[in-house]
Structure formats: structure tokens, C-alpha cells
Design a protein around this ligand. Structure first.
Ligand SMILES: Cc1cc2nc3c(=O)[nH]c(=O)nc-3n(C[C@H](O)[C@H](O)[C@H](O)COP(=O)(O)OP(=O)(O)OC[C@H]3O[C@@H](n4cnc5c(N)ncnc54)[C@H](O)[C@@H]3O)c2cc1C
Length: 399
């Protein structure tokens, strides 16, 4: 029997996340969104203190193994928490999600690297001040969707890892889209080792902020302004041999797609939380705003829009929960299902945030209200972590 009832623990987690989203994330996101200088925004107390509080509550380590200091929550529990957090705003949760990629990679896919886990994962999990922020970089100026173009050997990461005495030297640049790129102090870097093998000639390396690593300016962008994004430059940055977490291999597509399976879910949860924020505010507004002698909710054109958004939230959540459940019950989950859930959720978020703006009429586009921000934030969800087109192509291949 399928059971949609959260456990007691899940209900407590949801409550805690809901409170944090309302009292801390929402006001911080609204303030950061209006800050004109992104570099200053990511140094502001609104950003830094919010992140520190999130770390203190453990939201940064939910999926990390307990034996490494994480909370070891199952995918369904984390799904519930990410949705609640995203109702407050999607930028801060995206910061936490992107920042957990490197520690999670170490904790799950590189369990043999005990010294690295002691050095990076344990302190990350113990951190209550958000001093340990990481980023992962695959995309480059010329490698966007081509990050999934595994079999054209002319396509390769320009960032390279050269074997030298005692380790590797990393040289190159990662794109201005790298989440946390200009604020991170640890980077998971996809760099080519065997260029003749194209993308599959890349390995995955752990590179701390050090000599030879420079962070670029923060990107100024349309939405998700509470998520830092910025270029990262490597100039013969020397790392020990052990910091190669994954060598180039024919398994590259398998590992890359496994990361996407998990990443898709995170993006999907953000989309559902974002839709809920827009829906809840539009619903409230529609009950209060009176035109033609009655609350606008009672005009069919408005009611229909609200009910369609409600359907989208429920359908997207159900699909995401099924994909999360599959991840918990099947080795590496199901990429086709997680791609379907993510593409559906993010497309619905884009569509319905536009519709919820319409419900507020002129107030929908006013910066005095939150609604226009939701619409701007939604656009980025269709692109991050591979575009919806690329995820659809991956899904079609697996049909
Ligand atoms: C919010 C956000 C966060 C991100 N975080 C990170 C991060 O942490 N680390 C990181 O490395 N990168 C990150 N990225 C980069 C992201 O992975 C890329 O933006 C994405 O893969 C698309 O690459 P591109 O922007 O270069 O677009 P392109 O690949 O140039 O694509 C342009 C357009 O062409 C379409 N297209 C391309 N190829 C095909 C095809 N074969 N069939 C059909 N359509 C196609 C695309 O769908 C898109 O519409 C992030 C991006 C965003 C927006």
C-alpha cells in the first residue's frame, strides 16, 4: 500500500523547515533580491547570517552519511524539507544544495578516501557558521549542454589536469554559472586527463581554494539572486594525487547521469516550493481583492488559474516523491523518472508563476509584491544542472 502520510520525524522536520523558511529565508531572499551589487550581496549579513543559521540547523548536511557527521536522511524526508525551504525562496536552498555536492560525492562515491573525508566532509558537517562552502564545476565557456555530449571525442573540457610529481596540476576556467563559484573554498572540478577521449577523458578532482585558484566576480542575473554564481580560474593549481576522486573512464556517462538523477530531484523540489509560494499568495490575494462586486477568486477565469496551479503542485510533488522513493529503493535511482519529474515540475513552475502574476494584475509586476520575483526565479530552474531540453533527450533515450 502506498502511504503518503509523513512519519512523526518527517512532520517535525517539515515544521522546522517551514518556520525557518518563513522567518529567516523569506525576508533574506527579498532583501538580497533587491541588492544591486551581487558581490556585496553575498557578503551581506542577510546572506551570511541566513546561511550560518541554516548550517546550525543542519540543512546543509541532510543527505550526508551519519558516519561522516551528516544527518543521513532518506530521499523522501529531504524532499519534504527542500520543498518547505523553497517556499521561503529558492536561492538559499539552491546554495545549500550546490554546496552539498562535493561533500556528498566524497561521502557516497569516494568512501575509500578516508583522509579526504576527515579533512573536508567531517568539518563541513560540524560547521555551524557556514565557513565551509563548496562548489562543483563542469560547465565552461564552451561546455554547456556539451557536458552530456559523451561520444563526440572532439568535445572536451578545456580545464585540464596534468600529472606532475606527487599529484596533478589543474589549469583552466569554469563558467560564470558555477553555483557558489565566487564564495566557495572547495571545488569539485571536472578536468580532462586524456583529451583524445573527449568528455569521457575527464576525471573528477577535489581542489581547495589555494595558490593558483582564483574566484571570479559574482554573476548579475535575472532571478535566484540569492544564489551566488561565478567563474573559477585555475592556474597550475597543485593538488595531491589522492584528490583525484574519479579517473577518466568509460563509466563517465554512468557516473555523470547518476549525479544528474540526484540533482534533478533537488531542482524539482525547488520548483514545487516556488509554485507553492506563488499559489498561496495569489490565493490569499484573490480572496481579498474585490472587483465587479465580489472577490476575484469567484470570477471563473481566476478560479480556473488557481485550481490548475494547485493541480500542478500536487502532480509535480507526487512525481518527485515517486522518483525520490525510487532513489531510496533502487541502486542509483531512475534517471528517466527523475528527469521526467524535474522537467515537469520546473515547466509547471514557469507556467504557473506567470499565471499567478496575472492574478495580481498590475500588483503582480510591482516590486512591492513578491510575485514578480517568483516568476523571475522560475526561469533559472529550467536551465540549471542541464537544461530541460537535455534532460528530456536523456529521458527519451531511456524510453
Ligand atoms: C541557476 C544555475 C545554476 C548552475 N549551476 C552550475 C554549477 O553549479 N556547476 C556547473 O558546472 N554549471 C552550472 N550551471 C550551468 C548549467 O549546467 C548550464 O547553464 C547548462 O548546462 C546549459 O548550458 P549553457 O548555458 O551553456 O547553454 P547551451 O548548452 O549553450 O544551450 C543553449 C540552448 O541550446 C539548447 N541545446 C543545446 N544542445 C541541444 C541539443 N542537443 N538538443 C536540443 N537543444 C539543445 C539548450 O537546451 C539551450 O536552450 C548552472 C546554471 C544555472 C542557470
Amino acid at each position: 500500500m502506498i502511504d503518503f502520510k509523513p512519519t512523526e520525524e518527517q512532520t517535525e522536520l517539515q515544521k522546522m523547515a517551514r518556520k525557518f523558511a518563513k522567518e529567516v529565508i523569506r525576508p533574506a531572499e527579498m532583501a538580497i533580491d533587491k541588492m544591486p551589487d551581487p558581490d556585496a550581496a553575498y557578503q551581506s549579513p542577510e546572506f551570511r547570517d541566513t546561511l550560518a543559521q541554516a548550517y546550525e540547523l543542519g540543512f546543509h548536511k541532510m543527505g550526508i552519511n551519519e558516519q561522516h557527521g551528516g544527518l543521513g536522511l532518506d530521499p523522501l524526508s529531504t524532499a519534504m524539507v527542500w520543498e518547505e525551504l523553497a517556499v521561503g525562496g529558492v536561492g538559499i536552498p539552491a546554495t545549500l544544495l550546490a554546496g552539498s555536492v562535493a561533500p556528498a560525492f566524497l561521502s557516497v562515491l569516494a568512501q575509500g578516501k578516508k583522509d579526504l573525508i576527515e579533512k573536508y566532509v567531517v568539518p563541513y558537517c560540524e560547521d555551524t557558521k557556514a565557513d565551509n562552502i563548496s562548489a562543483w564545476g563542469s560547465s565552461e565557456g564552451n561546455i554547456g549542454s556539451d557536458g552530456s555530449n559523451y561520444y563526440d571525442t572532439k568535445v572536451r573540457h578545456e580545464t585540464s589536469a596534468k600529472k606532475v610529481d606527487g599529484g596533478y596540476e589543474i589549469t583552466g576556467a569554469k563558467s560564470s554559472f558555477v553555483s557558489n563559484g565566487s564564495i566557495a573554498n572547495l571545488f569539485l572540478v571536472f578536468a580532462n586527463v586524456e583529451p583524445e577521449k573527449g568528455i569521457c577523458g575527464s576525471g573528477v578532482f577535489l581542489v581547495p581554494l589555494q595558490d593558483g585558484v582564483q574566484r571570479g566576480k559574482s554573476m548579475d542575473k535575472l532571478g535566484m539572486r540569492a544564489l551566488n554564481q561565478g567563474e573559477v580560474f585555475f592556474d597550475a593549481a597543485h593538488i595531491p594525487e589522492d584528490n583525484m576522486l574519479m579517473p577518466p573512464s568509460d563509466n563517465y556517462p554512468f557516473i555523470h547521469n547518476a549525479i544528474k538523477t540526484v540533482g534533478n530531484l533537488g531542482v524539482g523540489y525547488l520548483a514545487v516550493g516556488l509554485m507553492r509560494a506563488a499559489f498561496e499568495e495569489a490565493l490569499q490575494y484573490s480572496k481579498e481583492r474585490v472587483q465587479f462586486g465580489k472577490p476575484i477568486k469567484e470570477h471563473q477565469a481566476v478560479g480556473f488559474r488557481l485550481f490548475e496551479c494547485y493541480q500542478a503542485i500536487e502532480a509535480a510533488r507526487a512525481l518527485l516523491w515517486k522518483a525520490a522513493w525510487t532513489l531510496a529503493n533502487k541502486f542509483m535511482g531512475d534517471l528517466k523518472l527523475s528527469a521526467a519529474a524535474r522537467v515537469f515540475a520546473t515547466n509547471q513552475a514557469m507556467k504557473h508563476t506567470v499565471e499567478m502574476v496575472q492574478i495580481l494584475g498590475g500588483y503582480g509586476v510591482s516590486k512591492e509584491y513578491n510575485m514578480e520575483k517568483y516568476m523571475r526565479d522560475a526561469k533559472l530552474l529550467q536551465i540549471m544542472d542541464a537544461t530541460n531540453e537535455i534532460m528530456t533527450l536523456k529521458g527519451i533515450k531511456l524510453l
